[in-house]
Design a protein. Sequence first.
Length: 197
Amino acid sequence: MKSTYKSIAERMTVTKAHKAAWGSYTDRKNSYDDDADINAFIQLCKNNSNLHQYLSSFMPKQKMVFKPKKDGMYGVDLSITTKDGKVCATIDIERWSQWNEDWPSYYRYIHFLGRKEKFLNQYNTPFFMAFMNYSRTKVLMISEQDIRKYPTIDKYFKHKKVTDRVKELPMSEGHVYGEGITNREKSLFADRMRELR
């Protein structure tokens, strides 16, 4: 008879130690040291017209002013504001060590962490989640309106041997921008620019 009890691994939830380990890279002082990621994302926005156009399609037409960590270290990573400081959009940025040259075959969904749901309601403006590859040459974008379509669930991650609260989105909800986008990545993710034409 199959046991209805979860294994010890499946009952283990994400701890501060897990988060610190997963966010620590050799080029960071600690797991909170994401200034270089934020700066790389800003440069990508300035240099990549398709990414710029994607963000602009959700906001009033105006010059984008980028304000990193406007609400402090534990707030959202990046705000886009007007010249006078009014917030028009917010972006949280993650960097994935396992995504670099091509999208990993074992990443079959886009996962939005439950602990970041607070950012969905922080301002009455568009919110975006940005996932950068390890070398910071590509970014996968998902919008608040797409994130909200999916329920938050308890998901067991076999690779990490922990359960976490996440929203699980199909790949088609993501939009990828940057340098060296592979054929696999083009086939997995939607083309927002094509949708807008």
